[in-house]
Structure formats: structure tokens, C-alpha cells
Design a binder for this molecule. Structure first.
Ligand code: ATP
Length: 419
């Protein structure tokens, strides 16, 4: 049976705009991943009747409500009271939670402030949800023909509680197997629309094969950020092995459809993959940067152990320095040209003593330069077998153009190393 879920964030600071409702974004994404439909998402202030009223309305529409916030020890933390009022029950002190609270504070060599005992109160009939990262337990309460889960506001406390207690419980209620496995395929050098288009037949197949009234399983999601697109394949199953069996044919399809657009899986990063490829070959890279101003060197030095493959870089922002430090001939021939990128790359390779020289030059904006449009990027790559250049027209404003330029440069090196 599909579960219809609603999200309810509690806290005056969300209403006043002091913080953004990041919890809703995280929960919405993760629920969608496993095929649970979120039909409504709301925010209420720190007021018992407002919380209770929102709960009544939510459970008149949906099967489950996921609340975040308002579980702290202070007087304005009123989610417990709101839940009890909506359910028409009293709050009762839980002996186990009280003991746990005492032990936690004892370990910190403190006595429990009187106010904190509120965190050991539960609406009658509720179950506590363990909190690995903080003092406030979560709450699971059946009420009004549905179920509510209250989790703490801080994302680092909410997230593990959601993963360990709330999601498995929701999936059980939906009659779905409770293990969820994700496989993330990272692409670079492909726009999100191109990735989605290549994957479209598989997405259509999954939609067509889902029986009416069932949640989709497995699911495919496209996540674009940092100039790269990730394809996340998620599957629910009774155990991990079975989940991987569901994922495998989709991953095979993706590898076929996206080809060398895919550079890594799961936790891998683009710079980490470049580092690993260079390491395997016993090779190094040096960079010459203009519009990226050191960002490329920054990325290449992020990976632990980077000194084994990254020799260093030259930021030559003005044409005179491109000539003086890299022999680029930029003053005479123009700074934003394929030839300059090529010479900068060769200059970096020779002068910094690396196997590969990688160079960026272009127009970050906000205005055009040398008659070239904002977003013009020339990359140069010099290696043992000669040099190559790449010309790309990037979208976006100055920060985006610079960030995308770094990704394009790393992508050129990665693809070249991959042959
Ligand atoms: P605590 O025990 O820390 O008080 P709590 O459950 O009472 O936990 P709140 O007091 O409502 O949580 O919020 C604490 C902090 O958690 C907020 O200041 C904010 O940093 C973060 N937070 C709360 N709600 C959200 C939300 N919806 N999205 C993102 N962050 C949130």
C-alpha cells in the first residue's frame, strides 16, 4: 500500500526567515528516492495549538507526518505537547528516558538541569526514537488513524534518526522491504539534459513496469551540482544483495548509454579519480591558470596524497605574465585563444617538470573581453604525445563560469588519461 507522507517543520525561526527549511529538502529528496510520495510540506511556529491543528489537518489527508524541530529542553520547544494535544493524551515521564538523560549528563560531569527533564516526557502510547547525536529522543506516535514521527531540528541529529528509525518503519508500514541501497554514477563533461536524455528509455521502462497503485522500485534520479551530474539508482529489497540485483541491469544500461561520461561511483570525486589515474601510471600534472585564478590547483590539491601526482601551478592572470612565466606569446596574439591555452599548457609542463601541463584561459565575466563573449573557455593540455586544445562555451555568471571551467579542465585530463 503506498504511503502518503507530509512534512511539518516546527520553529518560529523558520517562519521569521532566520533559517531555511533544509530538513524538508533533505527529507523530501530521500523519501522520493524510495518512492514514498510527499504530498504536502508545511512550517508552523512554536505554539501548541498550531502544531496540534497542523497535525490534525495533515493526518486527515495523509498516512504519515514527519515533524522536525521543537524537541529541545526549552519552553519554546513544544512539539511533544502539540503531539499529545492532537492525540488527546497526556504527557508521561518515561523512566528509561529519564535514566538515559541522567547517564548522559553524568558522563559530561554535569547534573541534569530541571528543564531538561522535559525531554524524558512522551505522549501516552508513544515510542521513543533513539538519538545518536544529541539528548532529545525522537517520538513515534500512532494517532488519528495515522502515524507521526517527531525528530530533532538540527540536521545532524535528524538525519541519522530518519535513516535508522523512521524510514525503515515507514517502509514496513507500506509493506515494502526495508533495505534501501543507492548506487551513484558520477558524470562530467555532460549537461544534465544530455544525461537525462540518454537515460530516458530506462526511466520510461521503469515507469511502464510499475503496477498501478504501487510505488516505483527501483528509482532513477538525476542530481546536478558543482557542474557535474550524478545518476542515483535506488532500490528497496529484503536484503542488500537483492537490492544490488535490482540495481545491476540499470547500472549496465547507464554505463552503455553514458559511456566515458561516467568517471566514478558512489563517494568518488573527479579530482580523486584524476589523482588515482595519474598515480597508477606514475605520472604528474602541473597547471597554468588564467580565468580560474588558482581554483584548478586548489581542486587538484584537495585529495590526500596529492603531492604524488600534482606538482604545482602558475596563476598568470595578465597577458605579460603568461608570456614571462609560461612563454605564451599572449601579449602579441591575444590572451583568450586556443593557441595561448596550448602554449600555457606546454609552459606549465616544461617549467614545472610534469608529465602533463593543463591550462585554462577564458572570459569569466561579467563583461566580454578581447571581443570574446562571457563564458568563452579555452583549455590546453600538453602531454608526452603532444598538445591538444578544447574550446567550450559555458553558461552562467562569473562564479559559475569559473567553477565549470575547473570541471571542464579536469574532465579533459581524465578523458585523455582514459584514452
Ligand atoms: P535542540 O535540542 O537542538 O533545541 P530541537 O528539536 O528543539 O533541537 P529546534 O530548537 O527547533 O530543534 O532547532 C534547533 C536548530 O536546528 C535550529 O537552530 C536550526 O539550526 C536547526 N533546524 C531546526 N529546524 C530546521 C529545519 N527545518 N531545517 C534545517 N535546520 C533546522
Amino acid at each position: 500500500m503506498p504511503v502518503r507522507a507530509e512534512l511539518l517543520a516546527v520553529g518560529d525561526e523558520l517562519l521569521y526567515g532566520d533559517i531555511l527549511n533544509g530538513n524538508a529538502a533533505q527529507l523530501g529528496r530521500q523519501l522520493a528516492d524510495v518512492g514514498i510520495t510527499v504530498t504536502h510540506s508545511g512550517v508552523v511556529g512554536d505554539d501548541i495549538e498550531t502544531i496540534a491543528e497542523a497535525l490534525r489537518a495533515a493526518l486527515a489527508r495523509a498516512d504519515a507526518v514527519l515533524l522536525t524541530g521543537g524537541l529541545g529542553p526549552t519552553q519554546d520547544d513544544l512539539t511533544r505537547e502539540g503531539l499529545a494535544r492532537a492525540a488527546g493524551v497526556d504527557l508521561v515521564r518515561d523512566d528509561f528516558l529519564e535514566g538515559q538523560l541522567r547517564r548522559r549528563f553524568h558522563d559530561l560531569r554535569r547534573t541534569v538541569p530541571d528543564m531538561n527533564y522535559r525531554q524524558a516526557d512522551l505522549p501516552k502510547g508513544a515510542d521513543p526514537l533513539p538519538n545518536e547525536r544529541g539528548t532529545a529522543p525522537g517520538i513515534r506516535l500512532e494517532l488519528l488513524g495515522g502515524i507521526a514521527y517527531a525528530m530533532p531540528g538540527p540536521p545532524h541529529e535528524m538525519q541519522p534518526m530518519f535513516a535508522a528509525s523512521v524510514l525503515p518503519d515507514l517502509l514496513r508500514r507500506a509493506g515494502e522491504p526495508a533495505v534501501v541501497v543507492h548506487r551513484v554514477l558520477h558524470t562530467s563533461g555532460m549537461w544534465e539534459s544530455a544525461v537525462a536524455e540518454a537515460m530516458a528509455p530506462e526511466v520510461d521502462r521503469l515507469v511502464a513496469e510499475t503496477p498501478a497503485g504501487r510505488d516505483r522500485n527501483p528509482t532513477i534520479a538525476f542530481l546536478a551540482s558543482g557542474g557535474q551530474t550524478r545518476v542515483r539508482i535506488s532500490a528497496r529489497a529484503a536484503d542488500r544483495a537483492e537490492a544490488y540485483r535490482l540495481i545491476a541491469p540499470i547500472e549496465r544500461f547507464a554505463r552503455e548509454a553514458l559511456g566515458d561520461g561516467i568517471y566514478g561511483v558512489d563517494d568518488e570525486t573527479l579530482e580523486g579519480v584524476v589523482h588515482r589515474m595519474l598515480l597508477e601510471r606514475g605520472e604528474t600534472v602541473a597547471v597554468a591558470e588564467s580565468l580560474t585564478g588558482g581554483l584548478l590547483a586548489g581542486r587538484l590539491s584537495e585529495t590526500p596524497g596529492a603531492s604524488e601526482t600534482f606538482r604545482g601551478g602558475i596563476v598568470a592572470y595578465v597577458p605579460e605574465l603568461k608570456d614571462a612565466l609560461l612563454g605564451a606569446n599572449a601579449v602579441a596574439r591575444g590572451a583568450v585563444t586556443a593557441e595561448t591555452a596550448e602554449r600555457m599548457a606546454s609552459g606549465a609542463r616544461d617549467r614545472l617538470g610534469a608529465t602533463w601541463g593543463l591550462a585554462t584561459t577564458g572570459v569569466a565575466g561579467p563583461t566580454e573581453s578581447e571581443g570574446q563573449a562571457v563564458g568563452t573557455l579555452y583549455l590546453g593540455l600538453a602531454g608526452p604525445a603532444g598538445t591538444q586544445t578544447r574550446h567550450v562555451q559555458l553558461p552562467g555568471d562569473r562564479p559559475l563560469v569559473r567553477m565549470l571551467s575547473v570541471v571542464q579542465a579536469l574532465d579533459l585530463l581524465r578523458r585523455t588519461l582514459a584514452g
